[in-house]
Design a binder for this molecule. Structure first.
Ligand code: PMT
Length: 396
């Protein structure tokens, strides 16, 4: 395939030649395009040497009849921007074309663009950057990362560019099978549930929704129409194939999930659902009663996953999660069989940087036929892609 690697002016630009090398090694023909700022971090000679092609970095090079951004757009089957700074993301979202790469981006169909953002974590969290990215995603732009870790500015947090190997793998999977789940509907549950105690308090948990939202995105990128049933979460979704239903309690999630499941090809339940809820919910704020303690009486919530296990028809695929702290594999295996699942994804709270809240996870995927796949610590996006690749194969 013919791939353009676009490089912008961030420190992670030093990793771009490695990405180019991996893509060339995988058999692709690669051309590089760089912003003027990118060339402060990586040289023309390096990029031309690893790609074995001339660099596109000057809007006015060549003869007057040549419009290089248009010919390059026609040449490239995919444009990978790595690193993608907040600046290029903002320019694309605003339709600004004031240097070679942003001009090329404006000519390129967004569905052919993959961006690997890299920036300081506060810049990454800025509403303007998140809004711009959400806009790009609605146009069909794919993204990978950023990862968590130490940043060039001396701080640490989310903002490191995804590793070149991960980007090359993503390119391969996007080019290989763009839409293996096209025409299929999938259900995903994500986030926590809140179980009300009174009008201001609830019982909840630390789930952020990151794992479930990453699964919804990965399924949508694989072509599926996704019914995302989300507990309270600050995360946003912009993919046009994701239909989101927001719920608060386990019983609301149960209703939404059991209604959606019959029309779905499969379901992945990653939500951290409260097993118990207060038996009663006061419609006012409970007042302190002198020095006395407060005893809450709890009743069991319905088990959504187990219910879907009883509803499952031939041809449907059901995937559960298991969040464990001890006897991890044994407990997960027991849930796999007890709840009539095809797969269970075990994550352990004993693994550092895995589970609740963080951007990474480390899982073991257990199949009903006894197969096991263990991942190293990866971004939740990558874990989601591995799970989706597995369920895609299950289909065949
Ligand atoms: O949201 P993040 O911050 O990214 O964190 C991700 C995660 C840690 C929440 C996720 O990776 C995860 O492990 N989700 C499942 C958490 C959980 O509740 O595990 P469990 O072992 O208690 O439940 C087993 C399975 O039954 C899960 O698929 C759960 O969704 C489901 N369940 C549980 C109880 C219930 N009443 N109904 C259910 O459907």
């Amino acid at each position: 395939m013919r791939i353009i690697v676009g490089i912008t002016g961030g420190i992670a630009a030093y990793k771009a030649p490695e990405l180019v090398r991996l893509l060339v090694k995988a058999g692709h023909e690669v051309r590089c395009a760089a912003t003027p700022h990118a060339l402060e971090f990586v040289t023309r000679t390096t990029l031309e040497t690893v790609s074995a092609n001339p660099l596109y970095c000057d809007l006015f090079r060549g003869n007057a009849t040549e419009t290089e951004h248009i010919s390059l757009k026609d040449w490239g089957e995919m444009l990978v921007i790595a690193p993608a700074t907040a600046n290029i993301i903002g320019k694309m979202a605003s339709g600004i074309a004031d240097e070679p790469l942003s001009t090329l981006l404006l000519a390129m169909p967004p569905q052919r663009v993959l961006m690997a953002p890299a920036m300081n974590s506060q810049m990454w969290a800025h509403p303007a950057v998140q809004r711009n990215l959400a806009t790009l995603r609605t146009w069909g732009v794919r993204t990978i990362g950023p990862d968590d870790g130490d940043l060039a500015c001396g701080s640490s947090g989310t903002g490191r560019m995804a590793q070149p190997e991960a980007i090359a793998r993503q390119v391969a999977s996007l080019l290989q099978q763009p839409h293996p789940l096209q025409g299929e509907r999938w259900l995903v549950t994500a986030g926590p549930t809140y179980e009300r105690i009174d009008s201001v308090r609830f019982i909840g948990n630390y789930s952020s929704g990151k794992m479930g939202f990453a699964l919804a995105e990965a399924l949508a990128e694989a072509g599926a129409d996704v019914e995302l049933v989300a507990g309270p979460s600050a995360l946003r979704t912009a993919h046009p194939r994701i239909h989101r239903t927001d719920v608060e309690s386990a019983r609301q999630m149960y209703t939404a999930a059991t209604e959606a499941f019959p029309a779905c090809r499969g379901a992945i339940l990653s939500a951290a659902v409260a097993d118990y809820r207060p038996e009663t919910c006061a419609d006012h704020k409970l007042k302190k009663q002198g020095d006395q303690g407060l005893t809450l009486s709890l009743v069991q919530n319905p088990d959504i996953l187990a219910t879907l296990g009883t509803m499952k028809q031939a041809g449907q695929v059901l995937v559960g999660f298991a969040l464990e702290t001890d006897n991890e594999l044994q407990n997960a295996e027991s849930k796999l069989h007890r709840k009539n699942l095809d797969y269970i994804v075990m994550n352990s709270l004993r693994d550092t940087s895995a589970g609740f809240g963080v951007d990474t996870n480390k899982v073991t995927l257990l199949a009903a036929d006894g197969q096991r796949t263990a991942t190293p610590l990866l971004s939740k996006q990558e874990v989601a892609r591995i799970i989706v690749e597995t369920v895609t194969r299950h289909k065949e």
